[in-house]
Design a binder for this molecule. Structure first.
Ligand code: HAX
Length: 387
């Protein structure tokens, strides 16, 4: 694109539409296409989903996949950054267990920032990436009241294994849990520049709030039911369907639509095909848990729902989205409480949002960074007045 080429004409029709489709900046980490979904630095996400999450985090920060030496040095780098300050324990111990885990996550991130902020965007972003698995594991432990004998962190382990070590799951196939969590994280790391949580995090950072304060803002955005919390609603929906018999599933879907309720796990604002992140997770489910009754429901939903949704011409995309199978996979590996699912989403997004904040604050405009956000609002229903 040339410097003076108009990208679009903004008309009054665009006002009060949440900036939908209005170009506001550039993104160096990812883009989304209607058919292939999200790409990280050019790679379709489905091509990356089998890689260790640390390698894909490296990609988002460095814009290249690591060589094996770079991958091993990046793991050591994260290990050196991973220690979580002891002040997090009394803070988590004091929070109401009735609070949503996303509120705990936001407060946990703020606490880490109060304990130590370097002021260097990239150091703070990578420090937080390295501290997330321990923080999240501790949130689970304190909310469950399992606070006796929490194992020490083992910084020599990878990110997923550090979470599992802190969690100490009982009666779970840890190999499967590791594979499901690694894939979940890779698939949720980033999603272009303009999604609400990423935008919020970058907007907060543009006022030179700390990386931690910016990320807590992003997590607060992500916690909304129209944004990240949809993945919690999706598993709740699957549990409500309760049968994998196609005609009963069809009856259930039609009743939901008649009641003006959404059919969770289907549709997307940008994609116009099945989300490749859903396709990957369907294949993972067929391999890891083909007999799981919830997975059987998801399989039937995938067969039945698009046909019914396509009957409504208003629905731009009747196909499965990323949230359709992720909750069922997490449930299968022992992470059974859907209230926590958005915190896994948040854990993943800390890397993508962190990388985008670093880019906006240290790379854009030849390193000068993006100035404080200040979109224009036009006064309405007001005339100049004097007392
Ligand atoms: N069930 C019922 N109605 C649906 C629908 C679905 N799965 N998908 C779209 N529609 C409806 C919309 O509500 C909208 O209705 P109105 O005109 O009455 O407002 C109409 O069809 C047109 O919608 P659209 O243009 O196709 O899609 P939107 O960009 O407006 O909405 C949503 C995209 C994802 C919000 C929507 O498809 C939806 O509500 N899906 C179900 C909930 C869900 O699975 N959410 C997770 C999305 C994944 C994600 O991005 N997570 O972050």
């Amino acid at each position: 694109m040339s410097d003076d080429e108009p990208l679009m004409t903004v008309t009054t029709e665009h006002l009060n539409t949440g900036l939908r489709g209005i170009p506001v900046g550039t993104c160096l980490t990812s883009f989304v296409t209607p058919t292939e979904g999200v790409h990280y630095c050019g790679y379709p996400v489905a091509d990356l989903a089998h890689l260790p999450v640390e390698d894909v985090i490296y990609l988002l920060f460095e814009k290249e996949l690591p060589t094996s030496e770079q991958a091993s040095s990046f793991r050591s780098n994260l290990s050196a950054r991973g220690s979580v300050d002891a002040s997090v324990h009394p803070v988590l111990a004091s929070l109401p267990r009735s609070g949503h885990p996303m509120d705990w996550l936001s407060i946990g991130i703020h606490t880490l920032g109060m304990a130590e902020t370097t002021g260097d965007w990239k150091d703070d972003a990578l420090n937080l990436v390295a501290r997330m698995p321990r923080l999240l594991g501790l949130i689970f432990r304190y909310r469950d009241g399992r606070v006796e004998d929490i194992p020490e962190d083992d910084l020599s382990l990878g990110l997923v294994d550090r979470f599992i070590r802190t969690l100490e799951p009982v009666g779970t196939d840890v190999e499967k849990m590791r594979e499901v969590l690694n894939a979940y994280l890779v698939l949720h790391l980033d999603h272009g520049g303009g999604n609400l949580s990423t935008f919020t995090g970058k907007a907060t950072a543009s006022g030179k709030a700390t990386l931690y304060a910016s990320m807590a803002s992003a997590m607060n955005s992500l916690s909304g039911p129209l944004h990240g919390r949809a993945n919690q609603s999706c598993l709740e929906f699957v549990l409500r369907v309760g049968t994998s018999e196609p005609s009963e599933v069809e009856r259930f879907i039609r009743a939901e639509l008649d009641a003006k309720r959404p059919v969770y796990g289907f549709g997307h604002a940008v994609l116009r095909a099945e989300d490749p992140r859903a396709t990957y997770q369907f294949a993972l489910g067929e391999r890891l848990c083909p007999e799981d009754p919830n997975f059987a429901i998801v399989r039937t939903l995938r067969e039945v729902a698009p046909r019914i949704l396509a009957e409504n011409p208003k629905i731009s995309n009747p196909h499965a989205n990323v949230d359709i199978a992720s909750g069922t996979l997490l449930h299968h590996v022992g992470l059974t409480d859907p209230e926590y699912y958005t915190t896994f989403f948040g854990w993943a997004r800390v890397a993508g949002i962190g990388a985008q904040i670093v880019d906006e604050q240290t790379v854009m405009r030849s390193g000068k960074g993006v100035p404080i956000y200040r979109p224009k609002y036009i006064a309405e229903g007001q005339t100049a007045r004097r007392l």
